[in-house]
Design a protein around this ligand. Structure first.
Ligand code: PBG
Length: 336
């Protein structure tokens, strides 16, 4: 504790009056503790094959599956609004047992990476590394004898990450939750001359109901079973710290907590145990809840969204991945 708080009253008047510092917008602005900046925002985008393709995602208002050319156009617009980075997901109809398209150099995400780097060279391009959009069963790893096989999946994940780096990705972000994948990806990237490609690890990723709209967008819902065998139990906080320590040990450059708004305690605890940048993913369901309530007039979209993003940063996150990144950047510019 720094201050002694006088709590007594003098002649019926309180001596401590926090409200004094809430008088007027200018004073409130001066004593504000958390400052959200567009620099902290990362916009997720979904890449599909083709050209000129834009397919809106009904459960994710304002978002669409885009072909690489339109991913680049959307990224340029976001960059112009002040958003420094995109997180790219590949969506594919070509699925098989080995997730072959995950590391196809001509895949939609690989092409989208190149298109964004070409259109906006200064924009940071992050790619999601996972197999769920490419396996015929929709699990995040390869299935061997009816089970998601950890070690068999590592090689394919590393190849997918390498294909993203080869396409020009600045950062690869493994979201599969296999054990040891950060190390496997780091080793292959280094061996192939991509020492400069950073890893943002989805370190504490929970088996959450809030990914529903994303799975519509990516066509990646598991065909059978669920992801509880690899994603974390929402009841566990300490385990998140263990996951973070392991990923840091394997060479992660940044770590992520996902989802965000329902895991603010986890963000705060992760912030306490690492000096690496911490990111949090305000996921599809969290975004769609705000959108749906705003559409019905039950919430004010702008203030509710900014309050949520500010809370995520207040909890200790340096970076926020959000479908509202471009809107938030525009709102922040209007305020400045
Ligand atoms: C892929 C992946 C998912 C999300 C990010 N990467 C879905 C899942 O794990 O099922 C969710 C993102 C969101 O809901 O916005 N594994």
């Amino acid at each position: 504790m720094h201050d002694h708080e006088a709590t007594h009253t003098i002649a019926g008047h309180p001596t401590a009056r926090p409200r004094r510092l809430r008088r007027g917008a200018t004073l409130r602005r001066m004593v504000r503790e958390t400052r959200l900046s567009p620099d902290q925002l990362i916009l997720p985008l979904f890449a599909v094959p083709g050209a000129g393709v834009e397919v809106p995602i009904p459960s994710l208002a304002g978002q669409a599956r885009l072909s690489p050319d339109l991913v680049a156009a959307r990224a340029s617009r976001a960059y112009a609004a002040g958003v420094p980075a995109v997180l790219l997901f590949g969506v594919s109809d070509e699925k098989d047992a080995l997730a072959s398209v995950s590391h196809d150099p001509d895949g939609a995400v690989q092409r989208a990476v190149a298109a964004v780097k070409d259109a906006v060279p200064d924009m940071v391009v992050i790619t999601d590394v996972c197999l769920c959009a490419y396996t015929d069963h929709g699990h995040c790893g390869l299935v061997v004898d009816g089970e998601v096989d950890n070690d068999a999946s590592l090689e394919v994940l590393a190849r997918a990450a390498l294909s993203h780096a080869e396409a020009g990705a600045d950062v690869v972000a493994p979201s599969d939750m296999m054990d040891g994948r950060v190390g496997a990806i780091r080793r292959l990237l280094d061996a192939e001359g991509f020492q400069g490609t950073a890893i943002l690890s989805y370190a504490a990723k929970y088996a959450s109901a809030f990914y529903g709209p994303f799975r519509d967008a990516a066509g990646s819902a598991p065909g059978y079973g669920d992801r509880k065998g690899y994603q974390m139990d929402p009841a566990n906080g300490r385990e998140a710290l263990r996951e973070v320590r392991l990923d840091v040990g394997e060479g992660a450059d940044m770590v992520m907590v996902k989802p965000a708004a329902t895991y603010l305690d986890v963000i705060a605890r992760v912030r306490d145990i690492t000096d690496l940048p911490v990111a949090a993913y305000h996921v599809s369901g969290e975004y769609s809840m705000l959108k749906a309530a705003a559409e019905r007039g039950w919430l004010d979209e702008r203030t509710a969204t900014m309050e949520t993003l500010t809370a995520i940063v207040r909890a200790g996150s340096d970076l926020v991945i959000t479908y509202a990144a471009e809107d938030a950047a525009n709102w922040l510019q209007e305020l400045a």
